[in-house]
Design a protein around this ligand. Sequence first.
Ligand code: CO
Length: 134
Amino acid sequence: MLGRLNHVAIAVPDLDAAAASYRNQLGAKVSAPQALPEHGVTVVFVELANTKVELLEPLGEGSPIAAFLERNGSGGMHHICYEVDDIIAARDKLKAGGARVLGDGEPKTGAHGKPVLFLHPKDFQGTLVELEQT
Ligand code: CO
């Protein structure tokens, strides 16, 4: 079912500072910020040779990463994103096996303009899993 690792996401309290840190201290290529109101976050992507790192900052009221940042004041690893060929087939197989899909269970459009879903961290070793159809 799983394809490539699309990205690892790190929630941060200050996106500009985090982007500057990756750009200046680590010498990484960092994208321009992208607001995703439907997901309650603003993101940048750090482009690596084999994958990406997504830096996420809360956007608006009730951001899904606000509580995480309350518990992890300086930021921390938030989720991991795997690619799948067919997100509906993957969702239906996971649900049939008892895994919980977050939200209403319907894919939303992610930061790359492709359908994404999130799986409950309690079902996957304490890690929030994002699936992206590629
Ligand atoms: Co993501």
